[in-house]
Design a protein around this ligand. Structure first.
Ligand SMILES: C[S@@+](CC[C@H](N)C(=O)[O-])C[C@H]1O[C@@H](n2cnc3c(N)ncnc32)[C@H](O)[C@@H]1O
Length: 259
């Protein structure tokens, strides 16, 4: 998936999250960030939807690593004295060993091509006892969202995301990170159906880009019709996963990590 060009141009508006939703996620991950003040890595940060919030909510420096130059350009508005936006990717993180206490990776796992290299990099840049916190939709088969009502073909891509998480989990275990916590988080996607439809129309979700144009147009037409009839319906919510992995500490037996 190419995040430069059209997708980057539409991402800020098409994927805008209500402030309340960003706060929901900061609360959800609060238990996994220590008060040490050590830096946090926003991996695959995109346009920085969470970058500044991470810095402000946890009072820590944040490094946003993002491969797409055009996404990084848009993330620049999130930069500041405690926020740094740099080029890089999960398989090659341009940061020193043991630089971070936590890595935040939102809707990125299914874009990673080489899980072994990613796992090695995650292990390298985390301190012992450090955590990788993953946000993503890995359960859509059981809990379809409103997207699936209008674009049923998206179900096929949801399965890919589940497989990606399983692949990453295996690779992480191999380098000594084990799953520590898993939760579902109910988030507000948009305040109203009209807002939801306006965002979907920008086709800024990568799965919508992968749909055939006629399937996208057909689903969007139905969504727009419903939004015209009941624009104020809302809020539109969806359920997403929070999955946390933790590095074993030097005091722990390595064989525990394989359990
Ligand atoms: C769906 S966006 C999510 C952006 C951001 N984390 C958020 O939640 O708004 C996925 C991002 O992952 C980036 N990406 C793609 N391949 C990547 C990789 N191998 N490592 C890190 N990021 C990657 C893309 O450029 C894109 O910005």
């Amino acid at each position: 998936m190419d995040f430069d060009g059209d997708l980057a141009r539409n991402y800020l508006d098409g994927r805008r999250l209500p402030a309340e939703t960003v706060s929901t996620w900061m609360r959800a991950m609060a238990a996994f960030v220590t008060a040490s003040g050590r830096p946090v890595l926003d991996l695959g940060a995109g346009t920085g939807r969470f970058t500044r919030a991470l810095a402000e909510h946890f009072s820590v420096p944040v490094v946003a690593v993002e491969p797409s130059a055009e996404m990084r350009e848009r993330a620049a508005s999130a930069a500041g004295p405690e926020v740094f936006v740099v080029g890089g990717q999960a398989e090659a993180i341009p940061c020193a060993a043991q630089a971070f206490q936590v890595i935040w990776a939102s809707q990125v796992v299914h874009h990673i091509k080489d899980f072994d290299r990613c796992a090695a990099e995650v292990r390298r840049v985390l301190i012992p006892g450090g955590r990788l916190v993953v946000r993503g939709a890995f359960h859509d088969a059981e809990r379809p969202t409103l997207f699936h009502t209008y674009f049923p073909e998206l179900a096929a891509f949801a399965e890919e995301r589940g497989q990606a998480l399983a692949g990453l989990t295996r690779a992480l275990r191999g380098v000594g990170l084990r799953p520590e916590h898993r939760d579902t988080v109910v988030q507000m996607s948009a305040p109203t159906l009209a807002d939801f439809a306006a965002q979907v129309a920008l086709r800024a979700h990568s799965p919508l880009r992968r749909l055939a144009d006629d399937r996208f147009a057909e689903g969007l037409k139905r969504l727009m019709r419903d939004a015209d009839r009941s624009p104020a319906t809302g809020p539109i919510t969806s359920t997403m996963d929070l999955v946390v992995f933790r590095t074993i500490r030097v005091t722990e037996r390595p064989d525990k990590a394989a359990q």
